[in-house]
Design a protein around this ligand. Structure first.
Ligand SMILES: Cc1cc2nc3c(=O)[nH]c(=O)nc-3n(C[C@H](O)[C@H](O)[C@H](O)COP(=O)(O)OP(=O)(O)OC[C@H]3O[C@@H](n4cnc5c(N)ncnc54)[C@H](O)[C@@H]3O)c2cc1C
Length: 446
């Protein structure tokens, strides 16, 4: 009998701030006892919830159960910076340039954004949590400024709208004099990621999808033509199963030594008072990605999104054990305070209320993993760092594959090669962490 056992289940480090700044959620409802479903989905992030919605759109009669190890919006899907980006944004490249056909990737990313926008509409999700405001790629050095200009030309070539901002325009938007220039692109949707994910979960529940929280899946065992999905509090017998658990795909024995478990770190300030806001200046909402992918992402949110706060995201570590050390959280929180101070010297004394880590899953060759794993078992995994769009797409692809359907989304993922093998341990960890620290150092002021 085929059984895939989970070697480990997720451990989260630091508060899931985006969820903590929203009003409290109702108590979690774990799976309780045995049940049956047409499709069981493991993981309730962008991939899992998108898969659930897509399944029900394709066939409203399907009985769908989502099993999430923690609370909704407290895994990586609620721990990110909330940039739902339409343009190529390849974290493993030096300047985000895509490894493949940019036009195809842009079209797919926009399909994911349209899918999310339709869910926002259908489920009545607060518009503050899905703000089509665009974003800025900020440059703090001459080198980065040159990169931004060549990126602008590349976008011109693709017929993509973009606007170069000078240092004054950047200060007018952000209240910071740190940036020499920026390039604004209008197609990014700025999410309140926890608000969006919770809204998806609530909408799915209202639609009849069973979404169980605090229900880590421990094993998946072949049962007749389908599968039995085991948890500590009950079992689901399902015809088909989708593993939408990102890097924890490997915990079930798939893609071993091919997935890079990278943790990113962020900190969020306290809610800024009126006097601090007056000193800050700038606009009430903006998002700045660094022109070097290993630089620092900054974001300002306002009361509609959980308070007047600034979020600083930087530092990455390679963690094959999928659990960063407390000391790493402390170190990265110190870096966040320093990066914040560089950008906002006039806000000295503003405290960080939350610091946290979140799990990304990358592959060396930048491919995702959305394909059949076994009969009736599908993966919607490997976000490659841009899971707000990519994982929405992997979820859509797995839903279609589970129903025997095909589209440009399934064609894209089935057309990708398999994730490349990583060097053996300990070389992988030592090499990757040395490389990440070097890239961080090289990103300098960015
Ligand atoms: C600090 C930070 C900033 C980021 N910024 C951005 C950004 O601005 N834009 C962007 O696009 N991306 C960003 N990302 C990446 C983005 O968060 C991820 O790509 C995205 O969350 C991936 O979604 P997913 O659904 O594939 O995986 P996840 O969000 O990891 O969801 C998988 C879920 O599976 C659950 N799970 C795992 N194992 C089991 C099990 N055995 N049983 C039950 N459930 C299980 C987990 O608890 C988890 O909730 C950022 C990430 C971090 C950490």
């Amino acid at each position: 009998m085929t059984t895939y056992k989970a070697r480990r289940t997720p451990v989260q480090k630091g508060t899931a701030a985006w969820s903590a700044i929203l009003p409290g959620q109702p108590a979690p409802v774990p799976l309780n006892g045995d049940t049956t479903a047409d499709v069981a989905i493991v993981g309730g992030g962008f991939a899992g919830l998108s898969a659930a919605r897509h399944l029900r759109l394709l066939d409203p009669s399907l009985r769908v159960v989502v099993l999430e190890a923690g609370r909704l919006a407290e895994g990586a899907s609620g721990r990110n910076s909330g940039f739902m980006i339409d343009l190529p944004h390849e974290l493993t490249s030096d300047d985000y340039a895509g490894h493949g056909d940019d036009r195809t990737m842009i079209a797919l990313n926009r399909k994911a954004i349209a899918f999310a926008g339709a869910a926002v509409e259908a489920y009545g999700i607060d518009r503050n949590f899905f703000d089509p405001a665009g974003k800025i790629n900020g440059a703090a050095s001459e080198t980065a400024d040159a990169l931004n200009r060549s990126y602008g030309q590349h976008l011109d070539g693709l017929g993509e709208a973009n606007e170069l901002l000078d240092a004054k325009a950047m200060a007018d938007v952000t209240g910071s004099r740190h940036y020499l220039s920026g390039i604004y692109t209008p197609g990014t949707v700025m999410l309140q990621p926890a608000g969006y994910i919770r809204g998806l979960g609530e909408g799915l529940r209202r639609d009849g999808v069973r979404v169980c929280e605090q229900t880590p899946v421990t094993a998946i065992t072949r049962q007749g033509a389908g599968w039995q999905v085991a948890t500590a509090t009950g079992r689901v017998s399902a015809g088909r199963v989708i593993l939408a658990n990102n890097g924890h795909l490997e915990s079930f024995g798939f893609a071993a030594n091919r997935l890079m478990h990278v943790f990113l770190y962020a900190s969020m300030t306290v809610d800024l008072d009126a006097a601090t806001l007056a000193k800050l200046g700038g606009q009430p909402r903006w998002g700045v990605t660094p022109s070097d992918p290993m630089g620092t992402t900054m974001r300002r949110i306002d009361t509609g999104q959980g308070g007047n706060r600034i979020i600083t995201r930087t530092c990455a570590t390679f963690e094959p054990g999928m659990e960063p050390a407390e000391a790493t959280l402390k170190r990265t929180a110190r870096v966040h305070r320093a990066k914040f101070a560089d950008r906002f010297p006039h806000l000295r004394g503003v405290a960080m209320e939350y610091s946290w880590a979140g799990h990304l899953c990358l592959t060396k060759n930048a491919v995702s993993f959305a394909r059949p794993l076994d009969e009736g078992l599908y993966a919607a995994a490997v976000c490659n760092g841009l899971g707000t769009t990519r994982s929405t797409l992997t979820g859509m692809a797995a839903a279609e594959l589970a129903l025997g359907k095909t589209s440009d989304v399934t064609a894209h993922f089935l057309g990708e090669t398999l994730p490349a093998k990583l060097p053996p341990e300990p070389f992988s960890t030592i090499g990757a962490n040395a490389y990440l620290r070097w890239k961080e150092w090289r990103a300098g002021k960015e």
